[in-house]
Write a protein that binds this ligand. Structure first.
Ligand code: GDP
Length: 176
């Protein structure tokens, strides 16, 4: 894709979820081994990451709602052309999980018209295991319900963070 031959595949990835679940932290953690400098988040922000998986050079453009989740309903333009949507909740706050199933998943069904879009449900902050209120099994069940891949991780300890590209690669083989 694209006239620029510096990558083989290009993805637009969205991060969705309630305020303070760790979307920005996941973005920073995921991007931190790239050369990009982080800009302050104003409006919809995005970061570009180039990396190689399975011999293919991937370009990820990751969009962060950057506080717009306060307005709850994002416009369809935010979703347009997205190949990957990462739905994030905080395993220590149940409302962030129920909001995903009640609000975000419905909005996603409404706006993400790309049938090949890879959806991933991510339970963040597993480093705070003693405060966990949403079980792994509940996460798996919600992911199944909405046809999402599933991952539990911690932006703080980086646990499972590097699973993201491999899951997207798995998705890209579905697309291609
Ligand atoms: P956003 O509003 O969804 O973008 O959430 P932020 O990335 O701003 O994170 C909200 C708060 O949660 C911040 O204080 C982060 O330091 C903290 N946080 C994010 N990820 C983790 C994590 O995996 N573990 C822990 N313990 N705290 C986290």
């Amino acid at each position: 894709h694209g006239g620029n031959s510096s990558y083989d595949l290009s993805f637009k990835i969205l991060l969705i979820g309630d305020s303070a679940v760790g979307k920005s932290s996941l973005l920073v953690t995921f991007i931190s081994n790239s050369v990009d400098d982080l800009a302050p988040t104003i409006g919809v922000d995005f970061k570009i990451k180039l990396f190689t998986v399975g011999g293919k050079r991937l370009k990820l453009t990751i969009w962060d709602t950057a506080g717009q989740e306060r307005f709850r309903t994002l416009t369809s333009s935010y979703y347009r052309g997205a190949q990957g949507i990462i739905l994030v909740y905080d395993v220590t706050r149940r409302e962030t999980f129920t909001n995903l199933s009640d609000v975000w998943a419905k909005e996603l069904d409404l706006y993400s018209t790309n049938q090949n879009c890879v959806k991933m449900l991510v339970g963040n902050k597993v480093d705070r295991e003693s405060e966990r209120v949403v079980s792994r099994e509940e996460g798996i069940a919600l992911a199944k319900e909405h046809g999402c891949l599933f991952l539990e991780c911690s932006a703080k300890t980086r646990e499972n963070i590097m699973e993201v590209p491999s899951l997207l690669e798995e998705g890209s083989t579905v697309v291609k």
